[in-house]
Every structure is written in C-alpha cells, then in structure tokens.
Write a protein that binds this ligand. Structure first.
Ligand code: SIN
Length: 290
C-alpha cells in the first residue's frame, strides 16, 4: 500500500512513508519504529535525509543504547569536545534546561561543531521530557539560501573563507559561563581555537553547493577584520534565515529530529521559563568541508 502510494507520488521511497514538511525542505517520516529497522529502511532514511535536509519522527522510544545503535547505522559517532556525556554512554549527551536555568543550549543560528576541523555530518536529537508548549527548534536550508542568491553575489562570495571559533560558545569568557550553564549539562570552558572553512561548501554526497553559515561561531572572513567581515556575513545570514528557507519543529515526548549539518542551520527557541526540557543528542562525525 505504502509502496503503491509512493509510486503514485513518484518518490523513491518504498519502505518508509515520507511527507514533505514545507515547500522548501524537511520531511516527516511516519509509521516506523527506529529501534527496529533493517538495512533497506536505513538506506531510505539516509536518502530522505539527503533529499530533505531535516527529517522528523514522532512516537519513538529511545534508550541511550538504541539511539546510539540507530545513529551508528549512518556513520561514526562524535564525542562532543566540551559537553559531558551521559554516565556510561560516551557518545550521548543530554541537553537539559531546568526550571530555574537561564541558559538555553543552541539558542542562536548555527550548524553543529562548525568551530572544529571536521564539523558534524548529522545530529539525532530525541525529546525525552518536552514541555507542553515552547522549546521548538527552527531549521533553515543553506542549499535554498545559496540557490536563491543572485549570480553577482555568488561570484562575490565564491572564494571567501570563514574563520569560525569556539570562543563565543565555549571559551572561558563566553556569555554562557558568565550567565551560568545548566549544572546538569556540565560544560567545560575551552582553550580558544579558530578554524577556517569555505563560505560556500559542496555537499560530499549530493554534490550540491550550499552556504556554510554558523553565526554563533563566526569570527571573520579570512584576511579581513571582524568589522570588515560583519556587514556581508550579516546580510547572508538575514538572507538565509528568511521564512521561505526555514521550518519549525514542535517537539513532543518521543519526537526525533535528524538533520544534515552540511546543508542546514538550526536554532533552539528560548521561549521557556519555569519548566523542564530534556533532550538526548547523538552526533555523527563529519568530514572537512570543501
Ligand atoms: C542543538 O543545537 O543541538 C539543540 C537543539 C535543541 O535543543 O532544540
């Protein structure tokens, strides 16, 4: 039945039910238990991730072990350089916001681990304890943003390189340390490091070009000062985050979002106070952007 419907829609999915989430990117995958998938289904989920950039599931029930087993089907796992993992689960960490916490992890447009030499390929985030309302996550398509640039702008930025840094999010002077990070997350202050990545990257699997913006990690363009760099970078971020290139995911307990950090950004919305929000994250190791 599902395969017949897929044929009628002319989509390549036979094992999974895929519903586009917006006109631009993102998709919901339904009627699936992510703890019981075979290789063919894994291949279709991977194809959906590559096609839609961010995919969403409801009604899942992950333990740290089964979340790791699911994520391992898609590649090698990353161990976060600064966030303490769950006890006994070195590849998993929890994003915890307690009722009195001021800090909201991921509250700014970014792509995961852009401040490292080999930023994350993808992220699998699971909603453990999610408030009834609030704490949604927004995503934007950096493919769509790149495609919509004028030819002149594409030529202007073609060879620019961006310097990203861990200083704003994990350096010892970062606001989060001044404000106090959730104790439950146990984040360590980092030695400040910088890394250079192309502003326009080519996706290693699809071969398509996208912007590679990560504003919370931005320092400057290579061979330019921050003051010279900021106006152009801010223009590109405003372009990339316009509503047409975004989607907004509302979490429930048991929701899973999986996104491709090579062609999307995301933003954890901080509209919560006095409630608890607990998410469980596993991250896939990526390659050096080119
Ligand atoms: C993240 O940026 O990894 C966290 C996103 C979220 O908690 O919504």
């Amino acid at each position: 039945m599902q395969a017949q419907a897929a044929e009628q829609r002319n989509d390549p999915f036979r094992r999974i039910a895929v519903t586009p989430f917006t006109g631009t990117f993102g998709a919901e995958i339904s009627d699936i238990d992510l703890t019981r998938i075979d290789d063919e289904t894994t291949a279709e989920i991977r194809a959906a991730l590559l096609r839609y950039g961010a995919i969403f599931f409801q009604g899942q029930s992950f333990t740290p072990e089964t979340q790791v087993a699911f994520a391992r089907r898609f590649g090698t796992l990353n161990r976060h350089p600064y966030v303490k993992p769950m006890d006994g689960h070195p590849d998993v960490f929890r994003i915890v916001k307690e009722p009195t916490d001021k800090h909201h992890f991921g509250n700014g447009w970014h792509t995961d681990l852009a401040y490292t030499e080999t930023p994350a390929l993808g992220t699998v985030l699971y909603g453990v304890e999610v408030p009834q309302a609030g704490g949604d996550t927004m995503f934007c398509s950096q493919y769509a943003a790149y495609d919509a640039l004028t030819g002149g702008m594409k030529s202007l930025i073609a060879d620019l390189k961006v310097v990203y840094t861990n200083a704003h999010t994990y350096g010892k002077d970062a606001n989060r340390f001044k404000a106090g990070v959730s104790k439950a997350m146990n984040v360590t202050a980092a030695e400040v490091k910088e890394v250079v990545h192309p502003l326009v990257r080519t996706h290693p699997e699809t071969g398509c070009k996208s912007l590679y913006l990560s504003p919370v990690h931005f320092s400057r363009f290579e061979d330019m000062t921050p003051e010279q760099s900021k106006p152009l970078f801010d223009t590109l971020v405003a372009h990339a985050t316009q509503p047409e290139f975004t989607c907004r995911f509302r979490w429930h307990n048991g929701s899973v979002a999986m996104w491709d950090n090579r062609c999307t950004m995301h933003y954890a919305i901080d509209d919560l106070s006095g409630v608890t929000r607990i998410m469980q994250r596993v991250t896939l190791e990526g390659d050096r952007p080119y």
